[in-house]
Write a protein that binds this ligand. Sequence first.
Ligand SMILES: [Cu+2]
Length: 379
Amino acid sequence: MSEQFRLTRRSMLAGAAVAGALAPVVTSVAHAEGGDIKTNPAATAANIATLKRVKVDLVRPPFVHAHTQKAEGAPKVIEFKTTIQEKKIIVDDKGTEVHAMTFDGSVPGPMMVVHQDDYVELTLVNPDTNELQHNIDFHSATGALGGGALTVVNPGETAVLRFKATKAGVFVYHCAPAGMVPWHVTSGMNGAIMVLPRDGLKDHKGHDLVYDKVYYVGEQDFYVPKDENGQFKKYESAGEAYPDVLEAMKTLTPTHVVFNGAVGALTGDNALQAKVGDRVLILHSQANRDTRPHLIGGHGDYVWATGKFANPPELDQETWFIPGGAAGAAYYTFQQPGIYAYVNHNLIEAFELGAAGHFKVTGDWNDDLMTAVVSPTSG
Ligand SMILES: [Cu+2]
């Protein structure tokens, strides 16, 4: 491995030793949009001071913090706090390790929910027990690398970012430190925010679409290096793993494609729960790589594949396409009880690499929709 990828803690903090060809571009943009940014105090301070503030505690995916589907009153300042955790995680049932980088300790990071024209005010904490520099780029934000230029935090530092959520939809957020963006994103450092229209979700005719349950599925591609015998390697730290991980990443061939951080994270006892008649909103993000969700035995009644609510939803979808770097939303009313697999319908990724979860649905079976006229019999 070439010397340039040998990282010391200090060089990583500087963000320079690993800076690739993209880094000068990113740095100059950051400087233009972020470093020298001139805010207009008169335009913001007076307005912001008059707004109601709401503090929201984030919850671990696949769950989503309590929220109203229609906004109540005028736009607010919604305060969130997330603490960056660098931690070793196990990503399959064979004990394969990843030195993950996370928002609040989970892959994906927590779902945030606000309404259009609310202000998101995020406190981003990088504890001094961490080794690396991080930041956050919100695809829902405007300017300064989505906030990435204003939130670069070294271990021991905290930043507070405020942005106005001007566009409605589900949007990815992710870490994006100069020269290390794909490494941090594919180490799990991504999540999503849902910016609801102030009047809630609507169907293609403008009628209300109210959901009874909402779940957040974060799909993650991991690139775990293998030794000469094809066994997954283990490392003492993210920094030690970095050179081999970079080579594995450049194959563009993930070793794992998983939902919510590990193979089986949403199956068995962790299956997503619903009952017949529940109107379920499934939010699905993939910060790095294309995906194609499919609910086996069900449908997407209303789907915003690219997740943006100013567009009418597509109806009656079998499979929908979410490009890497985006988050989608699918709305479905369950009709039958049973176990439904929810998969990435690249079936190799679903069944061999891990991109599958389960819905466990209770209720009464509807013979009109399906019945076994003759059960399988011999002869
Ligand atoms: Cu990071």
